[in-house]
Ligand binder design. Structure first.
Ligand code: 13P
Length: 241
């Protein structure tokens, strides 16, 4: 089971001290039942990966530029740079970035660049509320998968994160049956090797009791609640209760 913390644009060097509790907790993971990945802002990737060196907790980034080559792109960071400071994963296609204008084509280039840099990709897909109301969820998911992974031959380093846009930061999670249907549908799109599929959107230490029994889910991508070490640990503990 994956537990991925997406810190979004929160956190500074001091925030890293709060992870001591999670580091301690991660040592109870003797049988490798779970995998913890922290995706902090880019500024914290290096200090965090240093701090986590002797632990099993891994570090990821939240986005990357689409070009594998270095270049004149002010303010941007590419996949090679992220890899060189300790990132092992990168989130690509998050709806907060799609809302800023990232389209499937750009996401596809980013994914290919990340794979070239030997990063594992956490590829976010999900429908908006309007699309859900029009019962277009499966169509949207299929299109995002098809376009995002166009000419990506080896999907073994791809993890899908199903994040319905309407559930992010709203406190609302999908009905168990809808979630089961969407995740099965996503998995059905892959013939050769079925990727891990995570759920993300308002996951917290209360609603995890409803989510953990949907056993088709391979883990969670957690935003707000991941900023509290206590809540994050609680989510992991309750998943296995
Ligand atoms: P919240 O858990 O804050 O709803 O965020 C989910 C998310 O966007 C994770 O990528």
């Amino acid at each position: 089971m994956y537990f991925v913390a997406n810190w979004k644009m929160f956190g500074d060097l001091r925030t890293l001290n709060s992870l001591d509790k999670v580091i301690k907790f991660s040592k109870t993971n003797k049988k490798n039942k779970f995998r913890i990945i922290y995706c902090p802002p880019s500024t914290l990737i290096r200090p965090l990966s240093k701090r986590l060196k002797k632990t099993k907790i891994e570090v990821g980034a939240q986005n990357c530029h689409h070009s594998y080559d270095f270049g004149a792109n002010t303010g941007q960071v590419n996949s090679r740079m992220l890899k060189s400071v300790g990132a092992k994963y990168v989130i690509i296609g998050h709806s907060e970035n799609r809302q800023l204008g990232e389209d499937d084509k750009l996401i596809n280039l980013k994914i290919k660049s990340a794979i070239k840099s030997k990063l594992k990709v956490i590829f976010c897909i999900g429908e908006t509320l309007g699309e859900k109301r029009k019962k277009r969820t499966n169509k949207v998911l299929a299109k995002q998968i098809y376009n995002g992974l166009k000419s990506v031959k080896n999907t073994s380093n791809i993890i899908i994160a199903y994040e319905p846009v309407w559930s992010i930061g709203t406190g609302i999670i999908p009905k168990a049956n809808d979630l089961l249907n969407s995740i099965s549908y996503i998995k059905s799109k892959f013939r050769k090797k079925t990727p891990k599929v995570l759920y993300g959107g308002s996951v917290n230490n209360k609603n995890i009791d409803q989510l953990k029994d949907i056993n088709i889910i391979d883990g969670f991508l957690i935003g707000g609640a991941s900023q509290s070490s206590k809540k994050f640990i609680d989510i992991i503990k309750k998943t296995f209760n």
